[in-house]
Design a protein around this ligand. Structure first.
Ligand code: COA
Length: 168
């Protein structure tokens, strides 16, 4: 996927495609998440540092969609990661997001989700999926605002949205 620098606008934030050279900065971003936020991000209980390091090492840069929100000065303040897989209906992405605490409620997750759906459109994918804990109100708000179809079961939200061209 080509870098999405054209999405740069408010707050001097640029949404850019990340590569393997960004892995250490990505890990630093994830390590800045609070204990509770790590659990929300991975729909899990305790998420120790070692698990975060393994997660970053498992990212398939160049294959997955890996987008960062980069602040002026170059710090990665948010991550949107979509893993692609083939299902019966075609190519599908499973997407997840994290935003540094000080950068929240500025629409960054919403923009990352839109960028992933735009990439899905370029790949002619069938859908973008996202899961979060039912108690994760900010993420649920992002999914609802993006008009994703939502199901809630056993304390988890499953959301599904169509691929969307960049300026839909
Ligand atoms: C969930 C998360 C990614 C959202 O990032 P963000 O950049 O702040 O999201 P946005 O600014 O695009 O949207 C957040 C929305 O939640 C709303 N919100 C924030 N706190 C809220 C709360 N406690 N209750 C309800 N809504 C809330 C905001 O008002 C905003 O909605 P609006 O744009 O309609 O006003 C961020 O909070 C985060 O990193 N959390 C920890 C990791 C996580 O939960 N990841 C999701 C797993 S997929």
């Amino acid at each position: 996927m080509a870098p999405s620098n054209d999405l740069a606008d408010l707050d001097n934030i640029s949404i850019v495609a990340l590569d393997t050279g960004h892995a250490p900065a990505l890990l630093e971003h994830l390590l800045r998440l609070s204990v509770d936020d790590r659990g929300l991000r991975f729909c899990a209980g305790t998420v120790p540092e070692g698990v975060l390091a393994k997660y970053v090492a498992s990212i398939r840069f160049g294959e997955d969609t890996v987008l960062g929100a980069v602040a002026a000065g170059g710090r990665i303040v948010a991550l949107g990661h979509a893993c692609w897989f083939r299902s019966a209906e075609g190519l599908v992405a499973e997407a997840a997001f994290s935003v540094d605490e000080g950068w929240r409620c500025r629409g960054i997750a919403r923009r990352l989700l839109q960028a992933i759906r735009s990439d899905a459109s370029e790949r002619e994918a069938a859908a973008v999926l996202c899961q979060c804990l039912a108690r994760n109100r900010p993420m649920r708000r992002v999914l609802v605002a993006a008009e994703m179809a939502i199901e809630v079961e056993d304390g988890e939200v499953s959301a599904r949205g169509a691929a969307l061209p960049a300026h839909a």
